[in-house]
Design a protein around this ligand. Sequence first.
Ligand SMILES: [Zn+2]
Length: 142
Amino acid sequence: MSRKKLTEKTKLSNKAEKLWKELIKLKATNRCELCRGDGRQFQMHIHHIERKQSHYMRSLLDNGICLCANCHKWGIHDTSYSRQKEISDKLLRYKGQKFMDNLKRLKNNPPKITELELEERIVMYEDMLQKFYKDKTDKYNV
Ligand SMILES: [Zn+2]
């Protein structure tokens, strides 16, 4: 594979992840999905539930969750193991064992995603965002 090709794929992956973040934030109505904090106290972060080494996992909708900094930085990524465990357990209860097992399975053996498939993902996310903003506009215009 040429260097140029890798760069192109990374560019697409970056774009897909940017849209992924926006979508997850909107779907969560900018609230922390674990403590329901609304961002007045802590900044919102979009967390990858499973590691994001593969382009497939990096912008997979199921692999994202909107968390406040308290549940994210000082929770799931805290240096204290007990705090990490507390939030991980909360996440497991929220998503369910089956969902988490499925994500782990995907992370361990991520499907290969081609440039074309990444482009399709981008188009799909752009459509979803557009629809979301349109619905919102319709709602406030009646
Ligand atoms: Zn939170």
